[in-house]
Design a binder for this molecule. Sequence first.
Ligand code: ZN
Length: 312
Amino acid sequence: MTISVRRTAALAAVAALSAALAACGGGTGTPDAGGRARMGASAAPSAPASASPSAAGSATPPPGPGSSPPATPQAGAPGKAPTMAPGPGGLTPVFDRAKQHTDKTVALTFDADMTSDQGPRAAGGERFDNPQLISTLRTLKVPSTVFMTGRWAEEYPDQAKSIGTDPNFEIANHSYSHHAFKSPCYGLPTLDEAAARADVDRAFEAFRKAGAVNTVPYFRFPGGCYDDQALRAISTAKVTAVQWDVVSGDAFAKDPDAVAEQVLSGVKPGSVVVMHCTRSAAPVTEEAIRKIVPELRKRGYRFVKVSDLIGK
Ligand SMILES: [Zn+2]
């Protein structure tokens, strides 16, 4: 009886863990998690046409050489980067792939997840960071976009600064709390409209405090869960919401070859790949990257940041 109860409890714990990871953005800890996250990517039924990725052509181009010199980057404030025009009614635009691209460019994105209530777990030794992954991306010279939660930047300020001052990277906003901006979303606690807007600001503030300067006005909804109400709630933040078209399946993966295979079979010109920068929930990502990068280069692909996809 005791064993049975323990087993049930253990299974419940695993289920909760899988749900939390799936909520990290494109997780495939459970067979349907990726599908549900993908649904989130396209489940904005009344999303305006201009909010579709094909509207990337209307992106505001970066300042040309003849324009006034850029201001000195200010730590934490979202820097100058191309954004998409808002949808009708000012809705936050959504980008998931540069579909107009015919050249072989691909953006690897890494969600640096930490939920606001995970402090005790970090204090207990659980690692939500992945310095080896960042190091490998530097060594392989893979420009990358890190979608960081504000809570992660608070837990690892030195790494946030290091990533946020390295031109190889750009830091985008993955909320402060990693709570849901739409309900339901993998069991995550849901923020109301006012809290949602404040949560975005609080993450940029955490990047600023850490000393990050390479921040960009892009936002990834926790779990990829959003609807028109969520897009409206954060519209005054003037960010572009960034989803993905390739789920890496690195969430709780044990086999780096399987992750690499899934990415390699999914990448198309202009793709955005979602992966994770947290050893706790994505332990084989670094190893998968060492397989993915040379193979995609062999196939003629060039790695770019999300800002390069949106700005082109
Ligand atoms: Zn996430």
